[in-house]
Ligand binder design. Structure first.
Ligand SMILES: [Zn+2]
Ligand SMILES: [Zn+2]
Length: 174
C-alpha cells in the first residue's frame, strides 16, 4: 500500500505469505535489497513469525540495469491478485545473480548491472579489446556483445558501411 510519500510498502508477514513458495531465503533476499537501498525496513534481520508486522518500503523501482515492477494491485492476501503481484518477485529478483560472462554467482561487492544483465566488475569488458567497462560507459552492439564506445563504433561500421554514428543500441552516456 502506498505510504505518505507515495512509496509502496508491505508488511513482512504478508510478503512472506506471498513469496514463501518463490523464495527459499526471503529474509536474506530482503537484507540484500536493503543493502542496495531498494527497500527499507526497521530491523536487522527479518524472521518469519517475529517480524510479520515489520513494514517494508519499496524505495525505488529500478536497480542499476534491472527494472523493478511496482506492485500494481495490492489487496489483502486472500485477494485474487495477491499471488501474481510484482513486489516480491520482481523487486527482489536481483539477489546474487549469475554473471553474464563467466556464469558464476555475482555478489553485491562485485556487481555491475548493464542492459538487464549482471556482471562481475572484472568480467564487464569490451569484447574486442578487453578494456574494463563501467555501468555508465558501455555500448551494446548489434550482435548483443558489450563493447567500449570506440570498438562499438568500429564494429557497427564493419556491419553497415553506411553507419557513421553509433547506433541507437549504443547507450553509453559519456
Ligand atoms: Zn563473471
Ligand atoms: Zn574496446
Amino acid at each position: 500500500m502506498p505510504n505518505d510519500n507515495g512509496q509502496q510498502t508491505i508488511k513482512f508477514g504478508q510478503l512472506f505469505d506471498e513469496t514463501a513458495d518463490i523464495f527459499e531465503a526471503l529474509s536474506g533476499t530482503c537484507k540484500t535489497a536493503k543493502k542496495y537501498k531498494v527497500v527499507a525496513y526497521d530491523a536487522e534481520q527479518l524472521w518469519q513469525g517475529q517480524n510479520t508486522e515489520t513494514l517494508i518500503t519499496l524505495l525505488k523501482e529500478t536497480h542499476d540495469g534491472i527494472k523493478i515492477r511496482p506492485r500494481r494491485t495490492l489487496r489483502n492476501k486472500h485477494g485474487a491478485n495477491a499471488k501474481s503481484s510484482g513486489f516480491g518477485r520482481a523487486s527482489l529478483s536481483f539477489q546474487n545473480p549469475q554473471c553474464h560472462k563467466c556464469t558464476k554467482t555475482v555478489y553485491p561487492m562485485e556487481f555491475v548491472g548493464a542492459s538487464d544483465k549482471a556482471f562481475h566488475k572484472n568480467c564487464f569488458r569490451c569484447t574486442t579489446c578487453s578494456s574494463t567497462l563501467s555501468k555508465n560507459d558501455y555500448c551494446v552492439s548489434a550482435d548483443g556483445m558489450f563493447r567500449c564506445s570506440a570498438h562499438h563504433r568500429e564494429f557497427e561500421l564493419g556491419v553497415c558501411p553506411a553507419t557513421t554514428t553509433a547506433s541507437p543500441a549504443c547507450i553509453h552516456v559519456r
